[in-house]
Design a protein around this ligand. Structure first.
Ligand code: BDR
Ligand code: CA
Length: 315
């Protein structure tokens, strides 16, 4: 099995990412931590608890920090809805929130593990940044960070900044400069990781309560994408499953291609705060700190997602 910790801000695509992880027993999920981003901490922790309970998984879920390092919190309620999950309701959780705060739970999980752990991060990196600042001794226990965030070209929160980095650029900066290997699934690859409305209809036809909830959430996501400038301009009847890429890469890296390069974060800037500066062309001469993905086998990726929804419908 592959030991992982998942740090997230659920979020429609975050729970789709959890679905993919839950459907693969070869992933040993040691801990789930939440942070604000798509919604407030109050709501993201609630969503992690309800969703994981609904999926009948018994995993420790710990509450992370309440706000970004310095910036005022900006949430994506227009994209993910008032409850953060496209206003699709799940029953009250049966799992209790952990009595360990996220940073402590992450630290203890990492330090007590005999093997290195992969950190899957699908939110603004506030928790991971704080962890590395407070407990740098955990670094050697992290095999790599599979991270959804950033973009080489074009943003979704501003013309150049991707949402997760935009929300907490200072946290991202700490993580990017930590020396830990990072695989970045930025918009360059996640915009190619989409499902179409026809595929969503097919999924709904699985006929389970879960498949119907998944398709409701994705329909909401398509609709909200049309109302906001959050998604790629030509996305009329399809929707990107950003956060799934970070889980999919851990399971099946052969579905992706990327290049090693240096990535920096713009912390300030009238127009550019939260922009990732991806030096594909090696112009800065700075050492490579990341593998930046740009290509995905969409067909296999969608198959993998379908399989996960089917699998979790049966359980
Ligand atoms: C990222 O922003 C969030 O809205 C999604 O969950 C994803 O993590 C995409 O930019
Ligand atoms: Ca997310």
């Amino acid at each position: 099995t592959i030991p992982v910790i998942i740090d997230c801000d659920p979020g429609i695509d975050d729970v789709m990412a959890l679905t993919l992880a839950f459907a693969h027993p070869e992933l040993d999920i040691k801990l789930i931590t939440t942070e604000p981003g798509n919604q407030t901490q109050e709501k993201t922790i609630h969503n992690a608890l309800t969703f994981t309970s609904y999926m009948k998984k018994n995993i420790e879920i710990a509450r992370g920090l309440d706000k970004p390092f310095f910036r005022k919190l900006e949430i994506a309620d227009k994209v993910h809805g008032e409850n953060g999950l496209g206003n699709v309701e799940f029953p009250e959780p049966t799992i209790q929130v952990s009595n360990r705060p996220a940073i402590e739970a992450m630290k203890e999980t990492l330090l007590s593990s005999n093997e290195q752990i992969i950190l899957i991060a699908t939110g603004p990196l506030t928790n991971v940044g704080a962890l590395l600042l407070a407990h740098p001794e955990v670094k050697s226990k992290i095999k790599y960070i599979s991270y959804m965030g950033g973009a080489a070209v074009g943003g979704n929160m501003s013309p150049t900044a991707e949402f997760n980095v935009y929300v907490d650029p200072h946290a991202a900066d700490i993580v990017f400069r930590s020396g830990i290997p990072i695989v970045m699934s930025g918009l360059d690859v996640t915009h190619k990781a989409y499902v179409t409305i026809e595929e969503i209809n097919e999924m709904e036809a699985i006929g389970s309560d879960f498949a119907s909830k998944v398709s409701q959430m994705l329909r909401f996501y398509i609709h909200s994408a049309k109302q906001t400038a959050f998604h790629a301009p030509n996305f009329e009847n399809q929707i990107h499953l950003h956060d799934l890429c970070a889980v999919s890469y851990v399971l099946t890296p052969e579905l992706f291609e990327g290049d090693n390069c240096h990535v920096a974060v713009e912390l300030e800037g009238k127009y550019t705060a939260g922009t990732t500066i991806v030096d594909y062309a090696q112009q800065t001469g700075l050492p490579h700190n990341m593998k930046v993905l740009h290509t995905i086998n969409r067909e296999k990726f969608v198959e993998q997602f379908f399989h996960a929804v089917k699998q979790m419908s049966a359980d």
